[in-house]
Design a protein around this ligand. Structure first.
Ligand SMILES: *Cc1c(COP(=O)(O)O)cnc(C)c1O
Length: 307
């Protein structure tokens, strides 16, 4: 089961402020792996699709909001790998469809809209049973690909070449990606997670649970415990898909200066946070930082709509 991926390049960011402080900044460009199936969403899908295939399923069903990077990636990967896909979308259908959902439809994903109340039960076995009654033998992938299969895939974001970095920075929604990365780094490295939701501190418990469950299940891991990790909760800019002028300005300037596009929902907030911490003297001389570009660029049309 494979797609034609470009190995994600690591790119140096030439920043005067970083050099003056003796800090080195690099970006891992997961956004460049594939035109549609990229970013952390592929890593979270990979073992879910492998399990579906191994168990003989031909139909995938998953959940997401109307701008979901996960819906987009599942629709594309499903089409390319020969699965039928069903997307359970939060809220009412809004016409014309936005570009995320138009794309999903073009990939032959069947879109099913459920009200927000029902959507809240996205993890409940009753809802899953109802969906199976309605759609037959479907392999259900949780929203965002956020399960132990998802964690397993995210360990593979970390490569041997990444041993040279002291600190790895990543934007967090569910923090499944952070959990996978921290499980794969060596104990001398550390991960800084930047929640894009308000009051993101609650993720700490989720991260511990994911990591403990992962290690308890005996899934592949190079170390018996994760590398140190920390959440930095001050850069949510009001919460999910909320933006502020200074975030947009930063994102535009960053792209202009470094030629690296950022998505507004996740990576722009993390990059902003890292640059802000850098300016505050948070990092030490000699620190080598790797910022994970988790993709999500398909969602930039989100700004055309009001929240
Ligand atoms: C989904 C997503 C994230 C968050 O991943 P989690 O594993 O849920 O923390 C980060 N960046 C981008 C671009 C995403 O699409």
């Amino acid at each position: 089961m494979s797609l034609n991926f470009v190995p994600p390049p690591t790119q140096k960011i030439d920043s005067e402020i970083a050099s003056s402080l003796g800090v080195e900044l690099y970006v891992l460009r997961l956004d460049l792996m594939h035109p549609w199936v990229n970013g952390n969403k592929w890593y979270k899908l990979k073992y879910n699709l492998a399990e579906a295939k191994e168990k003989g399923y031909t139909k995938l069903l998953t959940f997401g909001g109307a701008y979901s990077n996960h819906i987009f990636a599942t629709a594309a990967a499903g089409k390319l790998l020969g699965f039928t896909t069903i997307g359970v979308i939060r809220g009412e259908e809004t016409l014309p469809l936005n570009s995320t959902l138009s794309f999903a439809l073009q990939q032959d994903m069947q879109l099913v809209y459920v009200d927000r109340q029902t959507y809240r039960n996205k993890h409940s076995s009753e809802l899953h049973a109802d969906l199976k009654k309605r759609f037959g033998e479907v392999f259900i992938i949780p929203e965002g690909g956020s399960n132990l299969n998802g964690v397993r895939g995210c360990l593979e974001i970390v490569t041997a070449a990444m041993q040279v970095f002291d600190t790895v920075c990543v934007a967090c929604g569910t923090a499944t990606t952070l959990a996978g990365i921290a499980l794969a780094l060596n104990p001398k490295q550390r991960v800084l997670g930047f929640p894009i939701l308000k009051n993101g501190g609650f993720l700490a418990q989720d991260i511990d649970n994911l990591m403990q469950n992962y290690l308890a299940t005996g899934l592949p891991a190079p170390y018996s415990s994760p590398a140190p990790w920390e959440l930095i909760c001050d850069y949510h800019f009001g919460g999910y898909a909320k933006v502020k002028d200074d975030l947009l300005l930063f994102s535009q300037q960053f792209t202009q200066t470094h030629g690296i596009p950022l998505d507004q929902v996740y990576t722009a907030k993390m990059f902003y946070g890292v640059m802000d911490l850098l300016n505050q003297g948070y990092f030490s001389i000699g620190d080598r930082l790797l910022l994970i570009h988790t993709g999500g660029l398909q969602g930039n049309t989100i700004l055309d709509f009001k929240f």
